[in-house]
Design a protein around this ligand. Structure first.
Ligand SMILES: [Zn+2]
Length: 287
């Protein structure tokens, strides 16, 4: 009796945190306590530890950038294996990311969409920049090189996860906030119960854009400063999450700039022909 009450209480909240972990040659930023207590995997990958060759070296996870499909599949398998999810490789879901505003809800029937690049199988989810599921054992993966990766987690009454790809278009359209609302709807919780992780992306330090774009953001977001020609995507993402109801104490930010760390991350601004690192989430409880 007490045990189940404790468990119910433990599911009510979690303070998100990211730790850099190297396992089986693959480096990820992950929340180990979330996995231990709630059975939910959150991981932002680095570019080392894979098999791809230049300009995609090493751990390129994206199918569309011109890399060898066999290498991409091997890299995805390495990432999943390092997270103890090699047996879920056939259920991996990826998306055709288009800098749009669509949120895709993934159920059992969609498991494995875009899982493999070099072998026949279901295609990636078309035209979608946010994936949501409440189904256990379906890893969701999105790919990045400078854009902002966001993972959202709902813990109760049912577990739910979302992976969001926010470049400037997605950030300006408040896609992160839309994903919070949709996830809360599917998990049956309040948006204020959703916790969020923001992975590596290009920082305002390096993200030079034209001033018209900065002023578009300034008109929409209170926290976008008037720094000439530079855009702080993370500020827009934070404000989008906050407006959707996510408390600032429920957001863990990695705070690393991809453009400045090309030894560990892919950066489109640094090299347009390059690979993609990943943001991955999975529900493993009940397995
Ligand atoms: Zn920078």
């Amino acid at each position: 009796m007490f045990a189940s009450e404790d468990r119910a209480h433990a599911h009510a909240s979690h303070r998100p945190d990211l730790t850099r972990v190297l396992r089986d040659g693959v480096t990820v930023h992950t929340d180990e306590e979330l996995r231990a207590k709630h059975g939910i995997v959150v991981a932002f990958s680095e570019r080392t530890g894979g098999v791809s060759r230049a300009p995609y070296a090493d751990l390129n996870l994206a199918a569309h950038v011109g890399d060898d499909p066999v290498a991409v599949d091997a890299n995805r398998h390495r990432l999943l294996a390092s997270l103890g999810m090699a047996l879920r490789a056939d259920r991996l879901v990826t998306a055709e990311q288009v800098h749009g505003e669509r949120v895709g809800v993934i159920d059992e029937a969609a498991a494995g969409s875009g899982a493999h690049v070099s072998a026949a199988g279901a295609q990636p989810v078309p035209g979608t920049d946010a994936l949501i599921t409440t189904t256990s054992g379906i890893p969701l993966l999105m790919c990045f090189a400078d854009c902002v990766p966001i993972v959202l987690v709902a813990l109760t009454p049912v577990s739910g996860i979302a992976v969001v790809h926010a470049g400037w278009r997605g950030a300006l359209a408040s896609l992160p906030g839309s994903a919070v609302a949709e996830l809360a709807n599917h998990a049956g919780c309040e948006p204020s119960d959703v916790i969020a992780y923001v992975g590596p992306h290009i920082g305002a330090c390096c993200y030079e854009v034209d001033e018209a774009l900065v002023s578009h953001f300034g008109n929409k977001f209170d926290t976008i400063g008037a720094v000439r020609g530079r855009l702080d995507l993370a500020a827009a993402v934070r404000e989008s999450l906050a407006r959707a109801g996510v408390p600032s104490s429920s957001i863990a930010e990695l705070g690393e700039c991809t453009r400045e760390h090309t030894d560990r991350y892919f950066s489109y601004r640094a090299a347009q022909q390059t690979g993609r690192h990943g943001a991955l989430a999975a529900i493993t409880e009940g397995e």
